[in-house]
Write a protein that binds this ligand. Structure first.
Ligand code: ADP
Ligand code: MG
Length: 324
């Protein structure tokens, strides 16, 4: 109800606003020196109510780190994360509880994300217990979530090991929706599944978005999947946003050289033709300290790219490139 109210107010803040988010990991520590790796570098974006924002980038580009920072599973170094108008660093105890209830996550591999010792009923019930939902209300909620996730009551008594990969991911989704969240972080939710099952899970997530007005941060390295499901996309490279915009605009006319390589020759929705993110032609060029982070692989880089580009803002589009 609250989300409907906020949505109708017009000028209401977006569901999630991420401003200049940065995170580096300590990778080496000696007596004299600490070495860090910048996993997320000055990233900003919003997610509206009922919107799917796709985050695409190759392995190691910082996608999961962004998801974990939003969920407060790890600490950011700098930047702001505003959820429903409130800075998630400054929540009261009750606001913190509500934040945990309003956000949930679906991970890549349901074999490892589901407790193998619990039955489906218990797996889906667990968040309700954690959030102290009365016992007599729990059963209805569990059954509804399982059915909403496309399973039926016969699954409640089964263990994860008795289910197929797609069914397990539906259980993970049932668990993620059982508290009626506003935002789900879906981190490569289809990457461990067979291609035929991937599409069913995408359809399910779209249905949940439409029927329950749930927003999604949909993380994937698969351009076809992200292109299919997302309203808007951010393209990450080495922890930085290369391009941000509406999916249809980016698919039609990508502006950043990296996005062009990724999307320009993206085949129509045909799984057997999916494009491999690692298949970008390597260009023999050294990295430049303080320059564009894509310099070493960029087909159009020039002298000016020794200086780091600003994020250029166009209508409905932002591009990290001197030539945009
Ligand atoms: P993605 O999800 O896009 O594959 P991640 O966010 O998982 O990327 O990781 C981004 C980068 O940060 C990678 O190079 C990864 O090796 C590094 N990284 C992730 N977690 C840690 C950690 N806990 N300690 C050190 N480095 C990490
Ligand atoms: Mg990841």
């Amino acid at each position: 109800m609250e989300k409907d109210k906020l949505k109708m107010e017009g000028n209401s803040p977006p569901l999630l606003k991420v401003d200049n988010l940065s995170k580096k990991y300590l990778i080496k520590k000696t007596l004299f020196k600490k070495e860090y790796f910048k996993a997320v570098d000055n990233v900003s974006f919003c997610i509206d109510y009922g919107e799917i924002l796709g985050v695409v980038g190759e392995s190691g580009s910082g996608k999961s780190t962004i998801g974990k920072l939003i969920l407060k599973l790890i600490q950011k170094d700098s930047g702001k994360i505003i959820f429903k108008g409130k800075d998630i660093d400054n929540l009261s105890k009750s606001e913190e509880k509500k934040f945990r209830k309003d956000t949930s996550v679906v991970f890549q591999d349901p074999r490892t994300s589901l407790n193998p010792r619990l039955k489906v009923y218990q797996i889906v019930e667990e968040p309700l217990i954690i959030h102290k939902i009365e016992k007599n209300k729990r059963k209805d909620k569990v059954v509804k979530a399982v059915i909403d996730a496309g399973l039926d009551e016969t699954f409640l008594n089964r263990f994860p090991s008795e289910l197929s990969g797609g069914q397990r991911q539906r259980v993970a989704i049932a668990r993620a929706i059982v508290l009626d969240p506003d935002l789900i972080i879906a981190d490569e939710p289809t990457s461990a599944l067979d291609v035929s099952v991937q599409l069913q899970i995408i359809k399910l997530l779209e249905k949940l978005k439409n029927e329950k007005n749930i927003s999604l941060l949909f993380i994937s390295h698969d351009l076809n999947v992200v292109g299919n499901i997302s309203d808007r996309i951010i393209v990450l490279y080495r922890g930085k946003i290369m391009e941000k915009g509406k999916t249809s605009d980016i698919l039609k006319s990508p502006k950043h050289p990296y996005t062009k390589i990724l999307f320009e020759s993206l085949p129509p929705d045909h799984p057997s033709h999916r494009k491999d993110l690692t298949a970008i032609p390597e260009i023999e060029r050294e990295d430049i300290e303080g320059g564009c982070v894509f310099y070493h692989r960029c087909p159009v880089a020039d002298e000016i790219c020794r200086k780091e580009p600003e994020m250029k803002k166009f209508q409905n589009r932002e591009v990290y490139c001197h030539f945009a």
